[in-house]
Design a protein around this ligand. Structure first.
Ligand code: SF4
Length: 614
């Protein structure tokens, strides 16, 4: 069911779109049908397509000429070989017990998880949720073990709001279980919809258990990390792969990233790249293939892997091992060759009854983002696209939550269903608690901006409420509606902690909002629901708000450098390079040096940093 009536034709849309002004009449171009100008509209002047829930476009941007068109197929075209279609209805073999959300949906059944999803996405009916899951355009990542625990089911798909994932995890150099659980709660607080435990250090099993036990969000992992702990990638074999997948599925992991699309035939294609293979899983599997002169074992084992995942309803997040790691490598033959294989793997997973989403790039110039999103929509038949960023420039390390959330907004507008956040620490180090917050906030902005632009019903209401509070100069409501209430209040009260009908930015005489409020026919500033009865003194700042103000500009560049030099103090340096640099030492020795020399998470040097971090 479409939530917005479609416009009848471009010509009639042109007529409706006339803006009558005292000057020349301005006519909006008929892109997308400008749905907002119809009764169920969203944003005046919107160019998004009318909603098409139940169709291949759902909420979508109009296609720039030349863009790949949606696939004419869905998961219904890739049914298990032993299912039969009788009188238009699919029937499973006798004795079949549905396990996954996809299998339930194919049989027309509504699960409690689907019910919960429709409550969390009020613009979707439960039947629409079921039908989108059956078509493969939506997933509900909900391992049956986690579902019996703390998991609050959610969905990922283009008919629903855009989702955000936060990556975290201990590394061999830093972090521990307690910190990881704390980061998880921090990500929940700052609006993450799913989280991935990407731990590569410490007790991986115990960390994963603690996270699943504490998480109301779906938890994803990259199981190859655990497969090679304590051994080298060359030792990887079929038994190790299937045993580890079974183990993590039984623990309750909701989705697995598996880099099965990197094939031997793709490896020569990366030779011309500036930065080769930047996916950890992709690079390890490439090394395995070269060492064994054999095909990617994740690819050759695909049907067996599906069987394990189906048993617990673990969702695939099919990894993009050949994603570009720099603008120069974007949309190259290696990346596109792998994407084509991801389409084939999607079809095979659907035949096995397993839910699928597909992972995407990476570093992509802004102008190539739409093509990348729409090509995936074609090759993977509308399976939800889960993208990292993409970063739209390479030259702002330290600000990559910003370079990437610009790309993420475009990606979501053009078809991505989930955005994997990037933190300011990207390319530089392990994110700490505040980096997690910065990444989550940046990506909530991207997801919300895209949802507003796509016209997902209800998404702009929040903006309108805040605009009304702003117009009425109702500071309390303004803070309350702000995504980060503490920050908004702290910044306001830094200069003026009393109610005024202006703020410190322009002052009384220059406050255009105050002047507009005085113009009686201007509606929202005089809205009685938002008006103040009398001036108010702002509530005192909370401890958090005080800390926010104290942290502003407290650290000089010299102090930052002093605190950042902890490793140099503890690790010998030969000229410019640390003694563990692979130019100077063999890899086994380098690992030992790293273990001995880099401060542990609770060392005095690390505590020194932690004390000054918010
Ligand atoms: S003083 Fe300036 S910034 Fe502040 S509310 Fe008025 S117009 Fe806005």
């Amino acid at each position: 069911m479409s939530s917005r009536p479609p416009t009848t034709s471009n010509a009639s849309s042109l007529d409706q779109n006339k803006h009558h002004t005292t000057g020349p009449s301005i006519v909006l171009p008929p892109l997308g049908g400008n749905p907002s100008l119809t009764a169920a509209g969203t944003t005046p002047g919107s160019f998004a397509n009318p909603a098409d829930i139940g169709g291949p476009r759902s909420f979508s941007s109009p296609d720039t000429p030349g863009m790949p068109q949606p696939s004419t197929k869905t998961a219904w075209d890739f049914m298990p070989a032993d299912w039969e279609q009788i009188d238009g209805k699919w029937t499973a073999p006798d004795g079949f017990e549905p396990i996954t959300q996809l299998e339930h949906a194919r049989l027309g059944l509504i699960t409690p998880a689907m019910q919960r999803v429709s409550e969390r996405e009020p613009h979707l009916t439960v039947s629409q949720v079921r039908d989108e899951v059956a078509a493969g355009r939506m997933v509900i990542p909900a391992n049956r073990v986690h579902l019996a625990g703390k998991l609050d089911p959610m969905c990922i798909g283009r008919a629903s709001r855009t989702k955000v994932n936060a990556n975290m995890g201990a590394s061999p150099l830093a972090s521990n279980i307690e910190q990881e659980v704390e980061k998880l709660h921090w990500a929940e607080k700052w609006g993450s919809d799913t989280m991935m435990d990407l731990s590569t250090g410490g007790d991986l099993d115990a960390t994963r258990n603690a996270i699943i036990k504490n998480s109301s969000l779906p938890v994803g992992t990259v199981p190859i990390y655990s497969m090679i702990m304590g051994r080298t990638i060359e030792d990887l074999d079929e038994k190790l792969i299937l045993d580890q997948l079974e183990h993590q599925a039984a623990q309750g992991v909701d989705y697995f990233t598996i880099h099965a699309g990197v094939l031997r035939e793709h490896l020569p294609l990366v030779n011309e790249r500036l930065i080769g293979i930047v996916s950890r899983g992709g690079s390890m599997l490439a090394k395995w293939m070269l060492h064994h002169d054999a095909e990617n074992p994740m690819y050759t084992l695909w049907d067996e892997i599906c069987e394990v995942m189906r048993g617990y309803d673990v969702t695939f997040s099919i990894g993009d091992g050949l994603r570009p790691g720099g603008l120069a490598d974007a949309t190259d033959l290696a990346q596109l060759g792998e994407l084509s294989v991801l389409g084939e793997l999607t079809e095979r997973a659907w035949r096995n009854g397993v839910q699928v989403m597909v992972e995407g790039p990476g570093h992509v110039p802004f102008d190539q983002i739409e093509f990348n999103m729409k090509l995936q929509r074609t090759l993977c038949h509308g399976a939800p696209f889960y993208v990292l960023g993409p970063l739209v420039t390479d030259v702002f390390p330290g600000y990559d939550h910003i370079t990437s959330c610009i790309g993420a907004t475009a990606a979501a507008y053009h078809g991505a269903s989930m955005l994997c956040y990037v933190t300011p620490k990207e390319h530089l180090g392990l994110p700490k608690k505040d980096d997690v917050k910065q990444g989550c906030v940046a990506y909530r902005i991207s997801a919300h901006a895209a949802d507003v632009a796509l016209g997902i019903p209800g998404t702009r209401d929040w903006d309108d409420e805040l605009t009304k509070a702003r117009a009425a100069l109702n500071w309390e409501k303004h803070f309350e509606l702000a995504f980060d209430t503490d920050l908004a209040r702290a910044y306001h009260d830094e200069d003026l902690d009393v109610d005024t009908d202006f703020c410190a930015m322009c002052g009384h005489d220059w406050c255009s909002v105050r002047i507009s409020k005085e113009i009686k026919q201007f509606f929202s500033g005089n809205d009685s629901e938002y008006a103040w009865d009398k001036p108010k003194v702002s509530a005192a700042l909370s401890e958090t708000q005080k800390q926010i103000l104290q942290q502003r500009g407290v650290l000089s560049p010299a102090e930052l450098h002093r605190l950042a030099s902890k490793t140099k103090r503890s690790m010998e340096v030969d000229g410019e390079k640390a003694v563990c640099h692979s130019d100077l030492t063999e890899s086994g020795e380098a690992q030992a040096l790293q273990r001995e020399s880099v401060p542990e998470p609770d060392s005095p040097a690390t505590r020194e940093i932690a004390e000054i971090q918010p």
